[in-house]
Structures are given as C-alpha cells and as structure tokens.
Write a protein that binds this ligand. Structure first.
Ligand SMILES: [Zn+2]
Length: 392
C-alpha cells in the first residue's frame, strides 16, 4: 500500500456546497483513494506541503467535444486533454461530437452515429498519465435507433446520450421519450442541447416546450451555446423541469448566465448548477476555461466561490454518477491546489475567484498521482509553490 499525505493545506473545499471550507488541514491518500482529512497518517511514503494553498476537487468539465483522441479538427490542434489537466480539469464528460469534417448532417443514420460515438470512446483518454478521466462515447440521438444500439454502447460502458440533431417535428410520436427510458434503463444520463442552432447550423432550436416535453437529465448550456432560449423560458425550465441539471458553459451568453444564476439562487436551487466549457469547438480550446467559469460566477454573478466551485465539481459528480468530484474519504484523490498569483490582492484562492483574478495552480493530482507539480504550464505560478517534504 502506498500512502501520500498533503500537509499545510490553507483551506480545503470539499466540492459539496453545503459543507463549509476547512482551514489548516491535511489530506491522506492510500492507493489513490482519500482515506482521511484532518488526521496525520502513522506512516507516509510521500509527503507534499501545500504551503498554505487552497485545495479543491479536480474540476469536472461537464461539456466537452472530443472527436478523435487528442486531436480536435474544430481548432486544428492536438494535445488538448493534456493542456486541460494543466488548467485543473481532471475529469470530463463528452457531449458527443458530430462536427466532423465532411460528415453529411442530412443523412445521419443510427449505425453511423453509434459507430462515431464508439470511435471517440476508443480513441480519447488513452494517454492516461497526462490525461483527464474521459467519460466519452456519448451517443447523439437520431430517429430510428433501437435498443440494440443502446446495448452496444452500454456494453462499452458509455454512460451518456444527447439530443442535438434530433428532428423535433417528431416530438409527438413518442420516440424521444422512449429514448429517455431506454437510456435510464441502462443507467445513462440524457443531455439536451438547448437554445439556438450550433456551429453546424444543422442542430435544432430547442426551447421550453421541447425541454418540458422530453424532460432530459441535463439541460445543456441553458444560457447559450452560443444562443440561449429567451429569459422567461430559462426561468420556466428551471421551475417546471425540477429534476434536471442546469448547465452553463464557456460558450455562454454572459447576460443570460446572470439570468440563470439569479433565478437558481432566488429559488434555492444552486445544487442543480453544473459547468462545462463546450469545447473544443467554435469557442476554442481553452485549458483555463473551467477556472474562468468559476471566476465569472463568483466575481460577476454574485455566487459564493464555494458554490461556484461546487458547480464545477460536486454538483456534476452527482448528476453524472461519478466517483470523483468531492473531497471526502472513499473518493478518488483527484484534486487541485491553487492560490493567488503574485500581483493579485487576493488572500487565498477563494478570494481570488471572488475578485475575478485567475488563481495559479501548483498541484494537480489524479488518483493520488501528482500530474502537475509544483506549478502548471497553463497558469501563472501561485505566489507560494507546493513542495515535497523529506521523510525520515
Ligand atoms: Zn456543445
């Protein structure tokens, strides 16, 4: 058994928005799993001082578009997963990807979309040492799918499906609700593109009427990806589809995000808020995207930084049934240590987020292994760096 201890944690945020941050604490990891918070281990193989930094769960980017592994034709770039880890993202959930060059959007048939989902599943996240946990292989739903298609994906542990190119002229024939049931029977989460059309121009406009009729588990980029539904429909979806996760993405309309967070806050429903980047895509490849989302919510939308962090971690873990995303015993040791960058007036990372200053990352751990240490390639260094303690 291998034991790692992280000492000198200035502030620890669990990712659960109802749990207050813990000051001046330690965290113990055994074989990649958190076993204690606040207690020193009897023996440690590795000891890292967080040097007063804030430790939060590894960020979950709950809306990514992997096409083929580490290559994204969307921005003609390669190695994006590695760079996202450097931005604090340790886990990502695919929203599927059909913006594949040369694909005929007018003739998407069930076998083709199933094969494209599995192609992404088999090619993404293979370079684990430098990569995030990639929950990929998301099926984009088209008319004519059978249970055999869902079974083929379930056998490969695909856990997500999504409506985006679905023809809503068929809403009344019951097929969409049937798909939701088939997905739930297999433990899959159903996401729905919402708002105006996507970059392809081939996705369908989706507002309150369709979301309310189909009742997906997650309403994707409700504040725009890039075009949101009207404000009154955003509020009505939050009120009338009460079980669904409400997703905000970097592709957002900034004003509509304020409408969304104000309504969630006013109605006491911020546990439903989940964050993603909606990248790679037209918005770009943004390794610091999740950090910037938290900054925006905490500094402009008036959310407590702990709540904004929960939207990027614990809330998404619960929605997608992930083991990671919370710092508590029994969970994978996926975490980020971060703090203010030199020149910032912030006292700690939470203060940094509240001021809208991007914090610097000193440590990223996935399953107890330091994959970023003692500083990130993608953020300025925090003013205090973590360091390895010599064991006697
Ligand atoms: Zn998207």
């Amino acid at each position: 058994m291998s034991t790692t201890v992280i000492t000198d944690i200035g502030t620890l945020v669990t990712g659960d928005l109802t749990t207050p941050p813990v000051s001046d604490t330690t965290l113990v990891v055994e074989d990649g799993v958190i076993t204690a918070i606040g207690d020193e281990p009897v023996h440690a193989d590795v000891a890292i001082s967080a040097n007063g930094l804030t430790v939060i769960p590894g960020l979950i980017d709950a809306h990514v578009h992997p096409t083929f592994g580490e290559w994204t034709p969307a921005q003609s770039s390669i190695g994006w997963l590695h760079n996202y880890v450097q931005g604090g993202t340790t886990s990502m959930v695919s929203a599927g990807e059909l913006h594949v060059p040369g694909l005929d959007f007018g003739h998407l048939d069930p076998d083709l979309v199933t094969s494209l989902a599995l192609l992404s599943r088999e090619t993404t996240g293979r370079i684990r040492q430098s990569s995030a946990k990639a929950h990929v292989g998301t099926l984009l739903l088209v008319p004519g799918l059978t249970t055999a298609h869902f079974d083929r994906l379930a056998e490969r542990d695909v856990r997500n499906v999504k409506f985006i190119f679905y023809d809503w002229a068929r809403l009344d024939d019951g097929e969409a609700r049937q798909y939701v049931e088939w997905a739930h029977e297999r433990g899959m989460v159903v996401k729905m593109h919402s708002g105006g059309v996507s970059r392809s121009g081939a996705s369908r406009v989706t507002g309150y009427e369709i979301v309310h009729a189909v009742r997906p588990d997650v309403v994707a980029h409700i504040s725009g990806g890039p075009i949101p539904m009207p404000d009154h429909e955003i509020r009505a979806v939050i009120d009338d589809v009460p079980h669904a996760g409400i997703e905000v993405c970097s592709s957002m309309n900034y004003r509509a995000t304020m409408v969304t967070t104000e309504h969630l806050a006013a109605t006491g429903q911020l546990t439903r808020l989940t964050l993603g980047t909606d990248t790679p895509g037209g918005t770009g490849v943004i390794p610091r995207g999740m950090l910037r989302n938290i900054c925006y919510l905490a500094s402009v939308c008036g959310l407590d930084p702990v709540t904004a962090i929960a939207a990027a971690t614990g809330n998404s873990a619960r929605l997608y049934g992930l083991a990671e995303g919370l710092l508590e015993p029994g969970r994978p040791a996926d975490l980020v240590a971060l703090g203010p960058v030199q020149g910032s007036l912030a006292g700690n990372a939470l203060d940094s987020f509240a001021r809208g200053d991007l914090p610097g990352i000193g440590l990223v751990m996935i399953d107890g292994l330091p994959v970023v240490f003692p500083r990130s390639e993608q953020t300025p260094p925090p003013s205090r760096l973590p360091y390895r303690l010599t064991l006697r």
